[in-house]
Write a protein that binds this ligand. Structure first.
Ligand SMILES: Cc1cc2nc3c(=O)[nH]c(=O)nc-3n(C[C@H](O)[C@H](O)[C@H](O)COP(=O)(O)O)c2cc1C
Length: 247
């Protein structure tokens, strides 16, 4: 998107890193210094923006700066997330001029194939094309301008249903899981959670699973949960979903 806007070397604030989130939350104005247009992206978890991402987004100070709001979902449903993100960014004082609902490989795709290989070449081309339209976006968007499915799940307080499974026998102790965890919950000494409290804090984003070369960390579910997930993910993944953009 930034490329499409003509920015070849955009500044990146990777909010999956705990250090970046801490920096943004300590002094948002300093973190955004020099950024004239902020493209904000967040994943959809259970039809919502994950709480920790909401917390970080709420700490941003827009000061009238232009902004593009992006949610990424795994083909099931974007739920209330686009709405939530628009509301947060508007309250922060951003001038949201564009919004996009993009598709990523579902974090549970080891269990149920959904969004495999997304974003793909076509998604990237669409993102660049979208970026080119953002530069001349004349409108000031509000939550009412973006699609939303406010259903029971997106209204519920449920954010996660699975935690990654760990098989020490397969572990090479490369610590890639510890490095990938957005909440630094895994000890690089033992490659296990630091504590039971750390395990409870885990939101099941499966970043550790994606970064494990030996499948020592994997996505597992009991038969009932697998059935529930199959029923909820299969319909959405049957036909290809395309990104939706609002400018
Ligand atoms: C706990 C959890 C809940 C999710 N809930 C949804 C959902 O409600 N709808 C959907 O389409 N995808 C859902 N996904 C899939 C993610 O939105 C999707 O995989 C996204 O691309 C993940 O981004 P990431 O790879 O940066 O974590 C969920 C993923 C996780 C881990």
């Amino acid at each position: 998107m930034a490329l499409g806007m003509g920015s070849e070397n955009p500044a990146v604030l990777d909010a999956t890193s705990p250090d970046t989130r801490a920096r943004v939350m300590a002094d948002s104005r300093a973190a955004l210094d020099g950024i004239d247009h902020l493209i904000v992206g967040a994943p959809v978890h259970m039809g919502k923006i994950p709480l920790q991402a909401q917390e970080c987004l709420k700490a941003l100070r827009g000061d009238g700066r232009e902004c593009t709001a992006i949610v990424v979902y795994g083909t099931r449903d974007y739920g209330a997330a686009p709405h939530q993100m628009m509301e947060i960014l508007s309250k922060d004082g951003f001038n949201v001029v564009a919004a996009g609902l993009f598709i990523g490989q579902h974090s549970y795709s080891d269990l149920i194939p959904a969004g495999i290989g997304r974003p793909d070449k076509s998604d990237i081309e669409k993102a660049i094309g979208f970026g080119a339209r953002i530069s001349s976006a004349p409108r000031h968007l509000t939550a009412k301008d973006v699609p939303a499915h406010i259903d029971l799940l997106s209204r519920s307080g449920v954010y996660s249903v699975l935690k990654p499974y760990y098989d020490e026998e397969r572990c090479l102790h490369c610590h890639e899981c510890a490095k990938a965890c957005p909440f630094a919950l895994i000890s690089p000494d033992t490659d296990r959670y630091f504590s039971e409290a750390a395990e409870r804090t885990c939101i099941g984003c499966m970043a550790c699973v994606r970064n494990c070369k030996t499948k020592a960390r994997s996505t597992k579910a009991n038969p009932i949960m697998k059935l529930i997930l199959t029923m909820s993910l299969k319909p959405g993944s049957k036909d290809r979903k395309e990104p939706v953009v609002v400018v």
